[in-house]
Ligand binder design. Structure first.
Ligand code: F6R
Length: 618
């Protein structure tokens, strides 16, 4: 996830630098670890870029000051994926001659092979990024064909992966070329005057509401006030595209038309999962090998990441056959001060990579047992956690702006599941065929969630309205679903200010059940796994005391459905493969429940009371 912006104009008095700067500020929610702006003037490219927040870089570099008379600019705000957030890795990236510039949102999956090929042809690279291969590929193509459009198309056809790209050339003073595959790209037009491109509409919304939305494998040639569209495989015949009129406010546009970031981010879960499913095998395999080699394994985290750890622990131990302890990071040192062994493996998990209690836990572990290995799962490249880790995996959720963690949770659990299946491949305790069935179930998670969104939102709103007066809830489950109960409960507490006991359904009869009165709402998380029959017993204990039972079940469930007042059906099979990954597919229902409950109580779900997105105090 990065934000890209481009502008080409024929307006005499236009201040290209100022517009580019304001536009990437409006895209900063897409990525904020570094930024860069380029303008083109007199067959030269002028680049200003650095690591950090846009406003800090602007103070240092005056990002809006470029040669007078410049009519073309590209601008980028970065969310690092390949290469840490440094000045060199910031976009734009240029070819060997500093003539061709590229800004990119996405990931070029085959960049290592392409880079090798280009190095062998004498190209030299300045950054660690995947993006930098693109200007060099175009440069290589232009050695034999001076047509920029064809050179771009030929270069892009060699790239696998996802890209929203904006490209310019010092010798083509009035042209930006944009290409899209999987990553969004929109072209905005002020007819006859100025053309814009961006990865999201808010970037150019103050200047125009007329836009074209690029489809996969489309390319556009942008000149001042005009745009021509092509299929990447047919650059000779322009395509007709329909112009669209955008009616959103800037605020709504930043949220992709959703009322809140929380809702947008819940709906982004399928795409976040699809990106995370593409985490390269070698980094998953490395984690699997380290875990397999360890005597003692701990997972540590805070809040939502800790609940992802509970689900992850369950999934990994299934294939590992060894005990893993999950400890909240604030308790890590206190609990292990007398027992952390040499060569322990600590899996640290954090969306931000900055949670202070977690950083302290890993620092302490390294000081106390220098032979301990820290392997981390985080969403933020270059975060403090990554600097204290021996190995890292970056989840591919993209920036999460809503304070309540949503899409990052599902990507964390998915990452654990991917590591677990690598472990299964190495231990060979399961047959290849069996492992493939688990993979198939994992690959189907984005689609299950999409289908769930299609059919169930009105039901969730209805449940929320019916529970409007209730202040206290139980979320109960057994086995792996206890993680779902705890995480779902945390969401309702955070954003809707309701008290929830997310608890083991079996353990609840050892005390908490004494709270139950007529109408007390209890949500049972009930995939048909090995705990299902016993969960029915627990459900009956609560039902017979007057509890109102709402259950989360799979599509063809009947037993628990017949015993419940309301059921929410997750459209997935109830086999053991899908059940194991139900922490991913069941949680969106509870996230939406929390979201709509917040609205019902006139609370802003993006700004829960007393909370900060990143907790950097003890
Ligand atoms: C809950 C939430 C917090 C975080 C916790 C850990 O919605 O956002 O509970 O999960 O503060 O944060 P990270 O994962 O950044 O270490």
């Amino acid at each position: 996830m990065c934000g890209i912006f481009g502008i080409v104009s024929n307006q005499k008095s236009i201040n290209i630098g100022k517009i580019a700067l304001e536009s990437i500020r409006r895209l900063e929610y897409r990525g904020y670890d570094s930024c860069g702006i380029l303008s083109q003037y007199n067959s030269k490219l002028f680049v200003k870029k650095d690591a950090g927040k846009i406003d800090d870089i602007h103070k240092k570099l005056k990002l809006d000051e470029f040669p007078n008379g410049s009519k073309l600019a590209l601008a980028h705000t970065r969310w690092a994926t390949h290469g840490s957030p440094t000045k060199i890795n910031s976009h734009p990236h240029l070819d060997c001659e500093d003539k061709i510039a590229v800004i990119h949102n996405g990931i070029i999956e085959n960049f290592i092979e392409l880079k090798k090929e280009l190095l062998s042809k004498g190209h030299f690279f300045k950054s660690e990024t995947d993006t930098e291969i693109i200007p060099h590929l175009i440069e290589e193509n232009m050695k034999t064909n001076k047509n920029l459009k064809e050179a771009v198309a030929n270069a892009i056809k060699k790239c696998k992966g996802a890209y929203g790209l904006a490209i310019c050339h010092a010798d083509y003073p009035d042209t930006i070329i944009v290409v899209r595959r999987e990553s969004p790209l929109i072209v905005g037009i002020e007819e006859g005057k100025t053309t814009y491109c961006a990865s999201d509409i808010p970037a150019f919304l103050p200047y125009t509401r007329n836009c074209y939305i690029l489809e996969d494998n489309e390319m556009a040639i942008l000149k001042a006030g005009t745009a021509e569209f092509y299929d990447i495989n047919d650059c000779d015949n322009p395509k007709q595209k329909e112009i669209q009129l955008i009616k959103w406010s800037i605020d709504a546009a930043e949220k992709g038309g959703y009322e809140h970031f929380m809702l947008k981010e819940i709906y982004e879960e399928p795409s976040a999962l699809r990106r995370t499913l593409k985490i390269p095998n070698d980094s998953l395999n490395k984690f699997a090998e380290i875990i397999l080699s360890a005597e003692r394994i701990y997972i540590t985290a805070a809040g939502t990441s800790f609940y992802a750890a509970l689900a992850g622990k369950f999934i990994i131990t299934k294939f590992l056959g060894k005990y893993i302890e999950a400890i909240e990071c604030s308790e890590f040192k206190t609990q292990l001060i007398n027992s952390l062994e040499e060569n322990s493996i600590i899996i640290a998990i954090s969306q931000s990579g900055e949670t202070i209690d977690l950083i302290e836990a890993v620092r302490w572990a390294k000081e106390y047992r220098p032979s301990a290995k820290i392997i981390s799962i985080t969403n933020i490249v270059g975060s403090t956690l990554t600097r204290h880790s021996d190995n890292i995996i970056i989840t591919q959720a993209g920036p999460e702006i809503g304070v309540a963690a949503t899409k990052t949770y599902v990507t964390q659990v998915l990452t654990f599941a991917l590591i677990a299946l690598e472990i299964a491949k190495l231990t060979k305790n399961e047959s290849q065929e069996e492992i493939q069935k688990y993979y198939n179930a994992l690959y189907s998670t984005p689609e299950i969630i999409e289908k769930f969104f299609e059919k169930n939102v009105e039901l969730i709103k209805y449940i929320v309205r019916n529970l409007e007066k209730n202040l206290n809830f139980f979320f109960l489950a057994r086995g792996i679903s206890i993680a779902t109960a705890k995480e779902g409960g945390l969401k309702l507490k955070e954003v809707a200010c309701r008290f929830v006991e997310g608890y083991s359904a079996a353990h609840a009869k050892h005390g908490p059940i004494s709270l139950i009165r007529e109408g007390y709402p209890i949500i049972f998380i009930a995939p048909p796994d090995e705990t299902y029959e016993r969960l029915i017993g627990n459900l009956m204990e609560f039902k017979s005391r007057g509890g109102t039972i709402i259950s989360l079940v799979v599509e063809d469930d009947d037993k628990i459905t017949n015993l419940s007042d309301t059921t929410i059906r997750i459209p997935q099979p109830g086999d053991k493969y899908h059940n194991l990954f139900s922490p991913i597919t069941f949680i969106p229902a509870l996230q939406l429940l929390a979201y709509y409950a917040a609205l019902e109580h006139n609370l802003d779900p993006d700004k829960p009371l007393n909370l900060a997105k990143t907790v950097t105090v003890h």
